[in-house]
Every structure is written in structure tokens, then in C-alpha cells.
Design a protein around this ligand. Structure first.
Ligand code: ATR
Length: 485
């Protein structure tokens, strides 16, 4: 269930927010300590839905300055006026008469740390006569969510267990999957009642909260940073479109070993991106020769017994897409120029060589370009030499550099170069959808593959591995176009 906190700061604003939140939430929480001039009776009358009344003292992160006795008196009034539950802090519970204890959510907060004895604390709170136990703890390492998930799975009575901070976000999103009594979500950005609280809109639409249950399979994108990843948007929408019982979350992984050991066992698959593509390669069981040569992957899929199958769908997608448009539909013996000498370049060159292409590398920093060219035994040509040519004698040209990427959309890695019909130009940049390089190449009549198409294709290959059905590619494009323009 979803509970939206009503945080004032005035009675008038609280009434406006209640009217908006009623249709979105299962519960509303009236945070009396944050509503300056509250009239409890009016608030409860307007709430209509199920209501939790909370009057949080400063010592538990709230703003109420009354004595515990005075606070509890108001909370008991709230029950008489029709509140469903009152939230009572663990150290004030003794003030609640037995007749009202059945309507209590007993709560405890750790704003600055993840308590070492989490399970003991839950156990001792659960032994009291309150109906529901609530614990909110600061999560500073993603793997700590595993302790929250285990505790939720092992609960003996209704439990609300949430991680605060960015690293705790997944505990809020996955609440239903692990049988949490409810999760809190803000009515909108800026109306959070705790750090890291997600908005109700994002929870309902981006993460499809209403569709989750305890059989929902978990997936995620392993990255750092991860906030701007669009993978959750496309995969969750795809799961919804195909009626697949899955949930895909952002995973901001710092310590990848700890992550793989503690948290990964709850998941069925991952997308992997910067900076973990090389780090997680070692977890792939029996990697293909191609994968071994690349030494980096972007997909792990659980295959049972704690084992993972690894794939690099970036490269599989790029090679397949190139072969779809190239003459004879084969890269064998085709001449290819690759711009850039970073990890992306290295991986695609290995894929191209495996497909039989004749590859040449160019790079701004010649020393870096030569080092890579020597390592994989292909020729290097300097950018200066490239610019001396009027037309480039390559059948395929691939840009793996960031030149032309948002916000520098006016730049091109090959300014002034002429392209021609029959040539294939692939730019790995996916924002903007059409880079200067692609626009020039299209104008000259070349065949173009955009990074946007490739992003969708690599995601589609992951999706198809997990869902075992064709991915809704049009939907993926629509979502990216809407988000990125
Ligand atoms: P990735 O792992 O995505 O390949 P990377 O390892 O940072 O990223 O590599 C970035 C590539 O883009 C490099 O080849 C880099 O050239 P240098 O080796 O000269 O740094 C290239 N690149 C980045 N910005 C560039 C620019 N403004 N002009 C030309 N090349 C650029």
C-alpha cells in the first residue's frame, strides 16, 4: 500500500493536498507537527480515506515541542475522531492505554546510521502490543538493503521497514515485493517527509507499484551515478506492455563485491554500465570467446545456484545492426574506421574483428590510439591524416567519442568530411537522437545508425533474454523521445 504524508505547512495547504492525494494513496498520514495551525477534526473529515495521524517529536526527527503526555492526548483524540492508526514512537508507547494499542503503529527512526542490531530492534518492537511495527533507518551502502529485504521476508507481524537516503530508495520501491505493510511516497517533489522519499507519481507510473506482488521478479541497472539512467523507464514500461511480472530499479553500486554477495541474490538480472562493466565481468559463468576478449559486459542474468550468465548486448546490438544495413549483410572484409580509443572503442573493434571486418582506429590522442591499435593488432591512422582526405575510403565509420553529445550538439568528430551513398555511419551517442555527424551523413546520402537506435537495441536484447518475448521496440523509442526529445 501507499501512504502519502500531508506536510502542511498550513491547514489550508494541507486541505488542498488531501484533496489531491486521496485518489492516489491507500493511506494519508497527517503530520500534525508540520501543519502549523491544524484543525484535526476538519482534516480527518476531509481525508475520507484511511488515515495515520503522526505528531512527531524533535528527538525522532519531527517538530512537535509538546510533552509526550500532551502529544499522546492529541493522538488519542485523533482515534476518537476516526483516525485509522496513530503513529507512536517506541519510547512513548507506554503512555497508550491497552484499549488503544491495537490502533498503533509503533515507530523508531535512525536518521544517521544503519543499526547493527536491526533484527533485534524489530523483534523487541514487535513484542509490544502495537498493531504494526515501523522502522526507518539510514542506508549508506546499497548492499544494506539486503538486511531490510530479509527482515521483511521474516516478519512475524505487519512491518513497515524503509531505508532513508538515495541508497535506501529501492527499499521504498520494492516494499510490496517483500510484503511491507506500506511505503511512503510524497505528493510531489519538495513534499517529502523523509530523505530519499520517492514521489507517488514516480512510484505509480515509472515503477508500476500497483502491479507488484511477492512473485515479482527483480531487475536493475548497476551504475554509479544512476539517477539519470533511462533503463528503468524502458524496461518497466516494457514489462507492463507485455504483462510480465517484473520490476526494474536503479542500483547505485559503490562496492560491487559486497553488492554481488549480499543484494544480487534477490535479483533475476542486471544491466551494467559505467563504472562496472569490467568489474562484473568476473561473475559471468562460462563467458563466450567474444566476451572473454572484450573483458567487459553489460548484462547479467541469474541462471540458478547463485550463478550468472554474462552478455555484452552493446556489441551484439551494434554488430547485428551493422550487418542488417551493410551490403551483402555481412561485415566480412568490410573496411571500418573507428573513432576513439576508450573502452567503447575497444569493445566494438573486438566485435568487428570477430565478424571479419578490416578495422582502422583513429583518435585525438595518437599515443592512446596507437596503444589500443597495437593491443588488438589493427592499424592506426592519425586524425590529421584523416582530415587531409577529402572523402574517407571506409565502408563503415563509427564514432565512439563523446564529440557531439548533449550539450555540445554543434560539434562533430569529422567536420567537413564528405560521406557518400552506400557508406554506413554509426554514431554511438544517443543524446541528441541525431548528432551533427549523423545529420551530415544523412545529407550526403549515407546510411545511418544512431546511438538512440543502438541504446534501444541493446536494451531490447536484455529484455528478450529476461522476458523471452520480443521487446516492444516502438514503445522504447517513444519513451526515449519523450524523455530526451
Ligand atoms: P568510453 O569508455 O566511453 O570509450 P573513454 O574511455 O573516456 O570513454 O574514451 C573517450 C574517447 O573519446 C577517447 O578516445 C577520447 O580521446 P582521447 O584519447 O584523445 O582523450 C575521445 N574524446 C573525448 N572527447 C574528445 C574530443 N573533444 N575530441 C576528440 N576526441 C575526444
Amino acid at each position: 500500500m501507499i501512504c502519502v504524508p500531508i506536510v502542511g505547512p498550513t491547514q489550508a495547504q494541507a486541505l488542498i493536498d488531501i484533496a489531491e492525494a486521496r485518489s492516489l494513496a491507500d493511506f494519508l498520514e497527517l503530520r500534525l507537527d508540520l501543519i502549523a495551525d491544524f484543525d484535526l477534526q476538519v482534516l480527518l473529515k476531509n481525508a475520507e480515506s484511511k488515515v495515520i495521524v503522526t505528531y512527531r517529536p524533535a528527538r525522532e526527527g519531527g517538530q512537535c515541542t509538546l510533552s509526550d503526555e500532551e502529544r499522546v492526548k492529541i493522538l488519542l483524540d485523533a482515534l476518537r475522531l476516526g483516525a485509522t492508526y496513530i503513529d507512536v514512537e517506541w519510547d512513548a508507547f507506554h503512555l497508550i492505554p491497552p484499549s488503544s494499542q491495537e490502533s498503533v503503529i509503533i515507530s523508531r527512526h535512525f536518521f544517521h546510521e544503519f543499526p547493527e542490531n536491526l533484527e533485534e530492534i524489530i523483534e523487541s518492537l514487535s513484542q509490544l502490543n502495537a498493531k504494526i511495527t515501523k522502522l526507518a533507518v539510514k542506508v549508506s551502502e546499497l548492499a544494506q538493503n539486503a538486511r531490510l529485504f530479509h527482515a521483511l521476508k521474516n516478519k512475524k507481524k505487519p512491518l513497515i521497514l524503509l531505508g532513508m537516503g538515495e541508497e535506501g530508495l529501492i527499499s521504498r520501491i520494492c516494499s510490496r515485493v517483500f510484503g511491507g505493510f506500506l511505503t511512503f511516497a510524497s505528493l510531489s517533489k519538495g513534499k517529502e517527509s523523509a530523505a530519499g522519499q520517492i514521489s507517488v507519481e514516480e512510484l505509480l507510473h515509472r515503477f508500476r507499484f500497483r502491479s507488484h506482488n511477492q512473485d515479482t521478479k527483480l531487475y536493475g541497472v548497476v551504475a554509479n551515478p544512476v539517477t539519470h539512467s533511462l533503463s528503468p523507464d524502458i524496461h518497466n514500461a516494457g514489462f507492463g506492455e507485455l504483462g510480465f511480472n517484473g520490476l526494474y530499479v536503479p542500483l547505485k553500486v559503490n562496492n560491487y563485491q559486497l553488492f554481488m554477495q549480499e543484494l544480487a541474490p534477490f535479483f533475476s538480472g542486471f544491466s551494467i554500465t559505467i563504472p562496472h562493466k569490467e568489474n562484473l565481468f568476473r561473475y559471468a559463468k562460462a563467458p563466450s570467446d567474444l566476451l572473454k576478449q572484450i573483458g567487459a559486459l553489460n548484462t547479467l542474468t541469474a541462471i540458478g545456484h547463485g550463478e550468472w550468465e554474462g552478455k555484452n548486448t552493446d556489441i551484439l546490438a551494434a554488430i547485428a545492426a551493422l550487418e542488417e544495413v551493410i551490403v551483402d549483410r555481412s561485415l566480412k572484409d568490410k573496411t571500418v574506421l573507428v573513432l576513439g580509443a576508450g573502452g567503447a572503442s575497444r569493445a566494438i573493434v573486438i566485435g568487428l574483428l570477430k565478424a571479419g571486418a578490416k578495422v582502422t582506429i583513429t583518435n585525438r590522442t595518437a599515443s592512446k590510439g596507437k596503444t589500443l591499435a597495437n593491443e588488438i593488432n589493427v592499424p592506426f591512422i592519425s586524425l590529421e591524416d584523416i582530415h587531409l582526405m577529402e572523402a574517407l575510403p571506409y565502408q563503415v565509420i563509427i564514432n565512439t567519442t563523446s564529440v557531439g553529445m548533449m550539450p555540445n550538439v554543434e560539434e562533430s568528430p569529422l567536420p567537413g568530411v564528405r560521406f557518400h551513398k552506400g557508406q554506413v555511419i554509426f554514431d554511438a551517442i544517443y543524446n541528441p537522437a541525431k548528432t551533427q555527424l549523423i545529420l551530415h551523413a544523412l545529407k550526403d546520402g549515407a546510411t545511418c545508425l544512431t546511438g538512440r537506435e543502438m541504446f534501444v537495441k541493446q536494451g531490447a536484447l536484455q529484455f528478450e533474454r529476461w522476458v523471452q518475448k520480443p521487446a516492444p521496440i516502438e514503445l522504447f523509442h517513444k519513451i526515449l523521445d519523450k524523455k530526451l526529445g
